[in-house]
Ligand binder design. Structure first.
Ligand SMILES: [Zn+2]
Ligand SMILES: [Zn+2]
Length: 151
């Protein structure tokens, strides 16, 4: 009985130690697995940040491209549709009037020497003054025109 009992106990101890070792091994395995996961997660983080950077770059490129592609047809259509108005708006700058001799807004050939009244826009030549009743610049009614002499 005693021997058997002892053997049983030995066997039990052996089992226990084996189980303990097993558990330890499993714990170690879990730990290494956890570490591996951590490393994988870190690697993924790096990957994610690099991906994010790439994405950002792509977005920037796409955005820049978008600006170019959207700006091109826009300016093209503006140029195409309102070319005359666009050219006119270049002459609106009042400072230019004093430096560059303004051209008639109607014929665009002769110098603008007639001041439209009451808006006082210097936009007409003497010839066109008689045929225009609206200021071509501000489109307000022109009551009369006054010829201006440059010094
Ligand atoms: Zn004219
Ligand atoms: Zn005007």
């Amino acid at each position: 009985m005693r021997v058997k009992c002892l053997r049983e106990k030995e066997a039990e101890i052996e089992k226990a130690t084996r189980r303990h070792a097993e558990l330890e091994a499993r714990a170690a395995q879990i730990e290494t697995e956890a570490r591996a996961w951590q490393m994988r997660a870190a690697a993924r983080e790096v990957e994610a940040t690099s991906l994010q950077a790439q994405l950002q770059q792509a977005v920037v490129i796409a955005h820049g491209g978008g600006i170019i592609t959207t700006a091109e047809p826009q300016s093209g259509s503006v140029d195409g549709v309102d070319e005359a108005e666009d050219a006119e708006s270049a002459y609106v700058d009042p400072d230019r009037y004093e430096i560059i001799e303004p051209r008639c807004r109607i014929c665009r050939r002769r110098s603008a020497t007639v001041l439209a009244l009451p808006c006082r826009h210097l936009v007409l030549c003497k010839e066109c003054d008689g045929s225009v009743r609206i200021c071509p610049l501000c489109l307000s009614t022109k009551n009369s025109g006054v010829e201006v002499f440059y010094s």
